[in-house]
Design a protein around this ligand. Sequence first.
Ligand SMILES: *Cc1c(COP(=O)(O)O)cnc(C)c1O
Length: 247
Amino acid sequence: MNKTIAERFKRIRGNIAEACARAHRDPRGVRLIAVTKTVDVSTIRNVLELGHADLGESRVQEMVQRNAMIKESISRKLELPDTAQDHRLTQPCWHMIGHLQRNKVKLLLPIVEYIHSVDSLRLAEEINTTAARLGFNHKVKIFLQVKTSQEKQQTGVAVGAVIALAEQIMTLPNLQIVGLMTIAPLTDDMNICRFCFGRLREIFEEMHGEKTCGPHFRHLSMGMSHDYIAAVEEGATMLRIGTALFE
Ligand SMILES: *Cc1c(COP(=O)(O)O)cnc(C)c1O
C-alpha cells in the first residue's frame, strides 16, 4: 500500500517535472497537495511517513477529526525510543479546499494553514474576527476562489468581481491573500480546462501588476487529477490531487 502511494507520488512528480520543462518552469515552484477526503486515516499516516506534509480536505469536521487522530499518533511515536522510530510521521500542513460555512470557521482556524475557498466578504470577515478572538498573532492565509467557467455547479467569485473583493479583504488586518484558486470543469477536453487556468492566471497577473494584494500574493491553486498537467503548463503553484494518488 505504502509502496504504491510512493510510486504514484513519484509518477505524478515526474509528470510535473516534464510539464515544468515544457513551460520553462522550476519544478520546486509547484507544490502538491494530497487530497485525502476519500481515504482513511491509516492511508494519511502512510502519506506522512513518506515525508509529505501537504494535505487537503473539503470538510471541516473531517479535517478536525483526522488531525486529532494524527496528532495522537505523532505524540505516541515521540514517546518511543529513537530505535523504534523508523516510521516517523511528518507534521501535517492542512489545506481547506471545499466550500466553507461561516459557523465552521471557529473549528477550522486552530488547525488549518491555507484556506483555498474564500468567495465572499462575509466569510472573510468571519475569518478575520475569529482570528482576533482566538488571539492569533499571525495572519490567516487565504485564496480567493474564482468562477472561471459558466458551469452551473462551479462556485466562486465572478471574474469581474475578484479585484473589488480583494481590495475589501485587504482592509481586514488578520488575513493575508496568498493567491487565487479555481476548479476547472470535469471534462476530458483540456482546452476547456486550459482556458479556465489561463483566465485565472490573467487575473492573477493583473492583480500582481497593480499590487492589489501585497508581497505574499504569489500562488495559483489550480489543477486536479484529470487536469494537473495542463494546470502546471498554465502556471499552477499548488495542485490539489486525490484520485490520481489514491484511487
Ligand atoms: C476533491 C477535490 C480535489 C481533488 O480531486 P481529484 O480529482 O480526486 O484529484 C481538488 N480540489 C477540490 C476543491 C476538491 O474538492
